[in-house]
Design a protein around this ligand. Structure first.
Ligand code: SF4
Ligand code: SF4
Length: 460
């Protein structure tokens, strides 16, 4: 077992954290750079406000699923984790901290602090539920994200996010390195499966079509683990008879994910740039983000802050918004009796709380399913599934136990309370977390995307 650095869990190996190597000087240098507007203009203001204005009232703790799910262990309260960085900030970057030190909560950095913070920063899913609760709108999730950015400058990033995530995606077109032939085989299989089920229906699966109205870019995890979602997308797009396309590595990056979001603006922008190259080649009117939450957050929102408008001559929407448009235009004829089992819906943090998409999936579910049951709390107050912040990808060492035993427990109860047999979610990362939960807790729950639910209800 690796050395304990923060709690009994480990998300990063000793090889990454290098606990015996001095890093504090480098840490302070990277922290200072992050406090410079030219390096961090998009996030600096809320970051500084969150560092400086906390009154330690504790309101945010009762909003944090990690804290609640842990049995309210002090080390998991949002403010405890954020204070690990706040105290260093006070000591080195504020006048009062320099003069009054511990009297104002400032603390000199130690090597132990850096090591503990490295693990602590990967105990927050960056779900931002705490920011909703804070009377001042302070964002402890953002503080943890900025801490990850500092740590990334020291080379401390989980392999799952950088080497196996961003680097693979940029080199091979997708994080799981799906070869072109395999992708084509998968799509051929999807086509023949639909044609088999829907007799007398011709299915087209356009790939890399230039100038299509809708370019649908999926989370590559769906091609491997949630083929039903891909089948649903293909069936719906054929049903409405719209001009659309998927893409492959022949035109660049075809995986919509951006794991840079979770640890480094520099890597996040590298992935955005790679996506832009692809979009430039394919010239769509709309980039439609398939069932993925963080991809939607980056392409739908953050990209607008980071990339000039003339470099993005297309609109970005989530696929659920597109389906909802088709529904409102009367292009989807649905029979809710085709999905008669009780279903519930999980609001993904990046699509709901960060993206404001709540009504669209509910309208679609109401039109496609006979028995919809809300989980409570829901919408902006919904609990993160626990896969946020990159955690859905992280199971090494004993991190799966952390994901399952803290907030995982809370989410499982929320689902069980609905009595639903199917859980619908519109984010591939959430689906991954839920699949792990189903197997860890031996649940009798089917995890589904929304695309396949809608496709199943189509009336021909
Ligand atoms: S962002 Fe989410 S997990 Fe992180 S401290 Fe806030 S509520 Fe807790
Ligand atoms: S609710 Fe806001 S002010 Fe209160 S402890 Fe949390 S972050 Fe600080």
């Amino acid at each position: 077992m690796m050395e304990k650095l923060f709690d009994e869990y480990r998300g990063l190996s000793d090889k990454k954290i290098r606990p015996n190597e001095p890093k504090s000087e480098q840490f302070l240098k990277a922290f200072k750079e992050l406090l410079d507007k030219k390096n961090n203009w998009a996030f600096l203001l809320p970051f500084k406000l969150s560092l400086e204005a906390c009154t330690h009232c504790g309101t945010c703790a009762e909003a944090c699923p990690v804290y609640i799910g842990s049995g309210r262990e002090k080390i998991y309260s949002p403010v405890y984790r954020a204070d690990m960085l706040r105290r260093i900030y006070k000591k080195y970057f504020t006048l009062s901290g320099r003069i009054f030190g511990r009297l104002v909560g400032a603390k000199e950095i130690t090597e132990r602090d850096v090591n503990a913070l490295a693990e602590a920063a990967y105990r927050c899913t960056i779900c931002r539920r705490c920011a909703l609760a804070c009377p001042f709108g302070l964002d402890n999730g953002l503080i943890m994200r900025e801490a990850r950015k500092i740590l990334a400058e020291l080379g401390i990033v989980p392999d799952e996010l950088k080497e196996e995530g961003v680097e693979n995606q940029i080199t091979y077109g997708s994080a799981p390195k799906i070869p072109y032939e395999a992708l084509m085989n998968i799509l051929d299989f999807v086509k023949s499966e639909i044609e088999e089920n829907r007799k007398n229906v011709n299915i087209e699966v356009p790939v890399d079509k230039v100038g299509a109205k809708y370019l649908i870019i999926n989370n590559a995890g769906d091609y491997l683990s949630f083929l039903d979602t891909i089948r649903g997308i293909v069936e719906i797009m054929n049903y409405v008879n719209e001009d659309w396309t998927f893409n492959s590595q022949n035109t660049g990056v075809f995986d919509n994910v951006n794991y840079g979001l979770f640890y480094s603006d520099k890597d996040m922008i590298r992935v955005i740039r790679a996506h832009l190259e692809t979009f430039k080649k394919l010239k769509p009117e709309y980039v439609v983000v398939g069932e993925c939450g963080h991809a939607y957050d980056v392409l739908g929102h953050l990209m607008k802050d980071l990339i000039p408008a003339e470099e993005r001559p297309f609109k970005v929407i989530h696929i659920v918004e597109l389906y909802d448009k088709f529904l409102r235009e009367g292009k989807l004829k649905l029979d809710k009796d085709k999905n008669s089992a009780p279903v519930t819906f999980h609001d993904s943090c990046k699509i709901g709380r960060c993206g404001g998409i709540y009504d669209e999936p509910r309208r679609l579910i109401a039109a496609s399913c006979r028995d919809f049951r809300e989980m409570y709390p829901n919408r902006e107050y919904n609990y993160c599934c626990g896969g946020g912040g990159g955690f859905a990808l992280m199971s090494k060492y004993n991190f799966l136990d952390f994901r399952m035993k803290t907030y995982g427990k809370l989410k499982v109860q929320q689902i069980k309370d609905t009595g639903a047999s199917t859980l619908i979610t519109i984010c591939a990362n959430c689906k991954r977390q839920f699949l792990d939960m189903v197997s860890y807790y031996n649940l009798n729950t089917t995890v589904s995307g929304l695309s396949e639910i809608i496709a199943n209800a189509l009336v021909y």
